[in-house]
Design a protein around this ligand. Sequence first.
Ligand SMILES: C[S@@+](CC[C@H](N)C(=O)[O-])C[C@H]1O[C@@H](n2cnc3c(N)ncnc32)[C@H](O)[C@@H]1O
Length: 314
Amino acid sequence: MSKSKTIKPDLTHTHANTGVVADIRIGDCREQLAKFDQVKSSSVDLVFADPPFNWARDYDRHETGDAWDDAALSRNEYLDFTYEWLDLCADALKPTGSMWVNIPDDSAAEIVVHLKKSMHMVNWCIWHYRFGQNTTGKFINSKVHALYFCKDPQSRTWNADPILEESDRRAIYGDPRTESKRDGMPAGMRVPMDVWYGKFWGRIQGNNKERRAKHDNQLPELYLQRVIACSSNPGDTVLDPFLGSGTTGVIAHAMGRHFIGTEYSQANAEMAFERIVQGPVRELDALRGGSTAIHKTRRPKNKKSSRKKAAVGS
Ligand SMILES: C[S@@+](CC[C@H](N)C(=O)[O-])C[C@H]1O[C@@H](n2cnc3c(N)ncnc32)[C@H](O)[C@@H]1O
């Protein structure tokens, strides 16, 4: 995509099959969000935010000079900035809406305390990955927090079906009790646990198929698929104030949700837009319903085959 400044600053794309619209505004989210009608009318269904961490990260990998300076704010200024965008996003939500925030250890507690003043915490999830930065003087960090809040716990949008996975009881032990579930879930399936990991859940690095050039903060497609599937419906509106490489927009657009997003850097926004138009890299539907068990099957071989035979005969 051209980096020419002649491109109109707002990037809009309508999905050819579903007709949902992806709309990106470039600039500071605290100024740009108010320009979206869905924000003004508090009709957003889902916010997903993966903000700058104030870690002096380089968001100017395109070397344009127009990027967010991740080292410019003092700790207190960063917290004020954080509370400001959190409040803007909370105000944009419908009563049935939810907000998810992806945040590392150092600011998770402050965000939880702040959001609890106006919203309800549903889950404090952990995204666990294996290839964290190596450290020798303290434990190696291998997680980020995925904080899940809603406006109203009685009416929040919640879809379990599209995020179900095979239970460990079935995957490891073939336990027949999991085949006749009393919790209303399909046989052998469960809602995932609140620690998220597994195949295609690693950090997007090296030669990962999903990796976009000049982005070192890219989230896995599966992460956004899980959030968007459980917390919104087709035709709903998803908002991401910190687009980055565009993962939220890519998955929301592909899953038939309207998408609105803001990104400070024009170069990032243009690349994210290009990615949204292209669509996801993974076959997201094909990956549904698998197992995340960390132990191999422990069923004795003969037991497994006799169960199989019985199933065929029944
Ligand atoms: C952690 S990254 C988001 C990564 C994204 N989740 C992904 O999967 O690619 C944060 C992004 O927020 C942008 N940003 C920082 N401050 C911003 C602000 N005030 N308004 C809008 N965007 C901002 C940065 O340029 C950066 O691209």
